[in-house]
Design a protein around this ligand. Structure first.
Ligand code: FAD
Length: 439
């Protein structure tokens, strides 16, 4: 007979929905999905509101979960934006697009939740404020976001799926306290009009920094993108008349100047930090058993189970990969089967040793602690490992090929060319990259 448990899932984004579906598939009858907002979809719900502190650092601010900007389209083809048995077939004006926008992704998730009977498991407008192990159970404290109502309930297991694109991380800039301009984090960026005729310095190396630079260049006077890579020298981008690339910021001055490490400086109005996010679990009380240290959530066996509290506590969606939907799906399958004891975990000690070895490998490879959950370039080894745990074939060969093509194109051409190529130059059928001449 299947082990019947009462399970709480925190969050109804991609990870929470995947977790809830796998728990139901494994026969769990009591699955409660707590969702603090009034709709499912998490990140993919565009929220035009911004926070009172544009840098998102004030602990007393009212937190807005979403970080999407209005123009955002996925930077991955729809084949990588769907679960394995539920293809992405959402159309916009009758067209099945290779790179859908955020509304299409949200529609996909809503349809997925309806078709698998997940909507009725979700308690909307209910924020989890406390998760604590008491004797053999987890006490989950929640409060309504609409009224004074609050509740404490006991569960056998808790699956944490609260997302990690909400708590901004900002760059440390010498002289910033006296710099007179405005600062904002990309978490609070929505539309380019707010940058009309401004000189903007964007800090970041990743997709958001490049995509947002491109977006605000439509309204701003000048955009200066500052990246960490030491080899960058100041250069104007041919394809965008008002974007310049720079190395790291050296310092900023009281007169409004921003000086870059190559000796060039500009007089800027705004600094926009596209510098990523920190993991945050404000509701979780584990007496230090699970902690976040320099963005390493640990200790976590294979990025999912904290050995001392496994299997009753797990985290889905922590790791960063290109093929995120499928990775989340495999993590959710593994978690659900471990909970029903169909799949067994190693002993606590063996899991801890595995984690130590993982940390050692990272250190030997010269990777900072900060990147513990960044699996880009190793992701299929991980996906295949998860698949093997649940007795399924590994990641789909076609998807592996698409991912490798995208990563190679990116490595050879950089983000600006990558974004330029999306939608127009990638062939929707083959997803083959464009030739150099056509860029
Ligand atoms: P989320 O989507 O953040 O969902 C977490 C949910 O938990 C939310 O609904 C939230 O309201 C809820 N929640 C949080 N705390 C509580 C609480 N205490 N109580 C109750 N509910 C709570 N991924 C891609 O694959 N392709 C892309 O092109 C892509 N582009 C992106 C662009 C941007 C700007 C950002 C920020 C992210 C992008 N991502 C992309 C990554 C994206 O985050 C993932 O696709 C995915 O949405 C992560 O899902 P999640 O369930 O882990 O988290």
């Amino acid at each position: 007979m299947e082990k019947s448990l009462k399970v709480a899932v925190i969050g109804a984004g991609v990870a929470g929905l995947a977790a809830a579906r796998e728990l139901r598939r494994e026969g769990q009858q009591v699955v409660v999905v707590y969702e603090k907002s009034d709709q499912l979809g998490g990140t993919w719900v565009y929220d035009p509101r911004v926070e009172s502190d544009p840098l998102g650092l004030d602990p007393n601010r009212e937190i807005v979960h979403g970080s999407l900007y209005s123009s955002l389209c996925t930077n991955l083809p729809r084949q990588l934006m769907s679960f394995s048995d539920y293809p992405f077939e959402i159309r916009k004006n009758g067209e099945l697009r290779t790179f859908p926008d955020h509304e299409e992704v949200l529609e996909y998730l809503n349809k997925f939740a309806r078709d698998f009977g997940l909507v009725e498991l979700i308690r909307f407008n209910t924020e989890v404020v406390r998760v604590q192990r008491v004797n053999d159970q987890w006490i989950v404290g929640s409060r309504s976001t609409m009224s004074d109502f609050s509740l404490e309930e006991a569960f056998d297991a808790v699956i944490v799926c609260n997302g990690h694109h909400t708590q901004p991380r900002i760059a440390d800039i010498p002289g910033i306290k006296k710099w007179p301009g405005k600062q904002i984090h990309s978490h609070n960026y929505r539309v380019p009009e707010t940058f009309l005729d401004q000189v903007v310095v964007v800090i970041g190396d990743g997709p958001s920094a490049h995509d947002i630079s491109k977006d605000i260049a439509k309204a701003a006077k000048e955009v200066h993108l500052s990246s960490r890579s030491p080899e960058i020298k100041v250069s104007k981008l041919d394809c965008y008349g008002n974007i310049w690339k720079h190395p790291k910021i050296d310092c900023v001055c009281e007169n409004g100047e921003v000086a870059f490490q190559d000796g060039v400086s500009v007089h800027a109005d705004i600094i926009l930090h596209c510098t990523g996010y920190n993991y945050d679990f404000p509701f979780l009380e584990t007496n230090g058993i699970v902690s976040v240290d320099d963005n390493r959530v640990g200790p976590l066996y294979k990025h999912v189970f904290p050995p001392k509290l496994a299997p009753s506590l797990s985290f889905i969606g922590i790791s960063l990969t290109v093929d995120l939907f499928h990775m989340i799906e495999f993590q959710a399958k593994w978690m659900a089967r471990v909970l029903t004891s169909k799949v067994l975990l190693p002993s606590e000690n063996e899991m801890l040793i595995d984690i130590e070895q993982q940390y050692k490998r990272l250190e030997e490879a010269g990777k900072l602690k900060h990147y513990t959950h960044n699996l880009l370039y190793d992701e299929f080894e991980y996906q295949d490992w998860l698949a093997a745990q649940v007795g399924e074939p590994g990641a789909d060969e076609g998807l592996k090929q698409i991912t490798r093509t995208l990563l190679k194109f990116l490595a050879d051409n950089g983000w600006f060319r990558y974004f330029r190529a999306l939608g127009t130059l990638f062939s929707p059928r083959t997803l083959s990259p464009p030739s150099q001449q056509s860029l």
